[in-house]
Every structure is written in C-alpha cells, then in structure tokens.
Design a protein around this ligand. Structure first.
Ligand SMILES: Nc1ncnc2c1ncn2[C@@H]1O[C@H](COP(=O)(O)OP(=O)(O)OP(=O)(O)O)[C@@H](O)[C@H]1O
Length: 258
C-alpha cells in the first residue's frame, strides 16, 4: 500500500521494549503523516533514543508493531528498513575521518547506487557522483570545506557532514537524533537552516529528537512527548506548549522556550 496524504507513512501500535524489568518504551502508539516533521521530546531517560532504535530496527520490540506505509516491518532488520527508505543518523560513527568531506559524501552516493567502492570499474560514474556530492554539500552549507579531511572539521561541521551522508542515501524518512547535540551556540542556526531547507523541499518525512524547544516549536508539524517510556501527549506545537501535563513532565523540568 502506498502512503497518500491521508495515510500515515509510519505507524506504531503498542510498541514496547523491556530491559530487565524496566519498560524503556511502554505501549507507545502514534502515527507520522508523510512529508511532515514530527519531533519527539521528553526528559532525559524518557525513551526517545530507544524509540528511534525500535523504528530503525536496531532493537526488536518485546511487544507491539511498527508499520511502514501500512506494511508490518516489525520483524525486518535495520538494513532491510534502510532499503525501504528509512534513514537514520548515527552521531558521527559513519564518517571516515581521514577522507575528505567530498569523498565521504561521494562514497555514500556510490553505496546507494550499488557501485561499491571500486572507483576504477565505475570510472564513468565517478564525476557524476562527485557533482552530486558537491550539490549535497551546498544544501548542508558545507561546500566551502569540500576538500578538508573530515577529522579537521569542527564538531558542528561534522554533524553537517553526517547529515550530508544521510541525504546522499536519499531516504524517504529521516530520523535525526539530536542534530545540535554538543554544538556551540553559534553553530546551531546553521543546522536549523538546513532542517528548514530539507523540510521546504517537501519530499521527506522527518522524525527529530531535539532538546532545543524554540527550534522544535517553529519547525515541527507535530510533537510527541515521552515520559518514562510512555507517550503522554502527541499534538500540534501550540497545544503541546500549553499542555499542563507536558509542562509538569518536561518544560518545568529544565527545557525552556528561549
Ligand atoms: N540497551 C539498553 N539496556 C538497558 N537499558 C537501556 C538500554 N537502552 C536504553 N536503556 C534504558 O532505557 C531508558 C531510556 O533511555 P533512552 O536513551 O532511550 O532515553 P532518552 O530519552 O533518549 O534520554 P536522553 O535524552 O538522555 O538521551 C533509560 O532508563 C536507559 O537507561
């Protein structure tokens, strides 16, 4: 079944995972509509990253189901889900530090196209991949650093590169786990601009875990709130911001709208 604007692209039903006796994600049911941006918020330890791991297939749930375009993908591996269009950022673990910025993105394009890493066999495709890589670097505002080895980038630039690598894989759905984590204040607006650009392209569904409330309020079409593994709210940003329950669980507990 294909997703239309009336059908969710992702749906989870009673999704649960237990570690020992503790339910890190506890009977969560929610839907994500295609081409929208949904943020997942919640206090530390609420289960946000675990929820992402369940969606992308890194973890298998102890209960419940995950659907992609109406198809039950609960038992599919992470690589299978990736092939179906789910793209997940991995907090810098997928960057080759000694390769240049452009090479990092080009390799992701080659992987997507199934060219492998044999440059010579696919020599004719090589410059097309480079052109595409450069174009993606422009989209994430990193084109000026295309010739830098990845390990010489600042932390914020590496997060941009990570996003470029993810974009190069052309996923239909992007899972972004705290793209501004560990960044200096000056680096945050660039990431915000990149997210706005990706969103305005209108061809991606985005799930975002992020702690910066101001950023989430302006970017999100909807916000889901987790607390102790449970979904306590899922609505439009303004409703979430006004919710007493959310304020008590989260906003009052540290995060402020700046
Ligand atoms: N592999 C694991 N084994 C045991 N417990 C785990 C595992 N992964 C997560 N947990 C526990 O599940 C709970 C949720 O953790 P998770 O990292 O998903 O929270 P989070 O909302 O992403 O937190 P933060 O905002 O601090 O990143 C925590 O109590 C954590 O200790």
């Amino acid at each position: 079944m294909n997703a239309t604007n009336n059908n969710p692209i992702i749906a989870v039903k009673d999704l649960t995972i237990r570690f020992g006796g503790h339910a890190a994600v506890d009977q969560v049911s929610l839907e994500v509509m295609p081409f929208t941006l949904k943020s997942i918020i919640g206090p530390n330890g609420a289960g946000k990253t675990t929820f992402f791991n369940l969606l992308s297939g890194q973890y298998k749930p102890t209960g419940g189901k995950v659907f992609l375009k109406g198809k039950d993908i609960t038992n599919l591996s992470a690589p299978m889900r990736c092939r179906l269009g789910l793209g997940r950022s991995f907090q810098l673990t997928n960057i080759f530090p000694l390769l240049t910025v452009l090479e990092n993105v080009r390799l992701a394009i080659q992987a997507r196209k199934g060219y492998g890493f044999n440059f010579w066999r696919h020599y004719l495709h090589f410059s097309a991949c480079e052109d595409e890589a450069y174009q993606i670097l422009k989209e994430v505002l990193l084109d000026e650093k295309w010739l830098y080895p990845a390990n010489l980038l600042t932390h914020g630039e590496q997060r941009k590169l990570e996003m470029a690598i993810l974009m190069a894989l052309k996923p239909e759905i992007l899972f972004l786990d705290e793209p501004t984590a560990g960044m200096s204040q000056e680096e945050v607006p660039a990431i915000l601009e990149i997210l706005e650009r990706i969103k305005s392209m209108g061809d991606k569904t985005i799930l975002l875990v992020e702690h910066k409330m101001d950023m989430i309020m302006n970017l999100s079409d909807s916000i889901a709130v987790l607390q102790d593994g449970r979904l306590i709210a899922d609505s439009d940003p303004e409703t979430i911001y006004r919710s007493k329950e959310v304020q008590e669980a989260y906003l009052g507990g540290g995060a402020k709208r700046e």
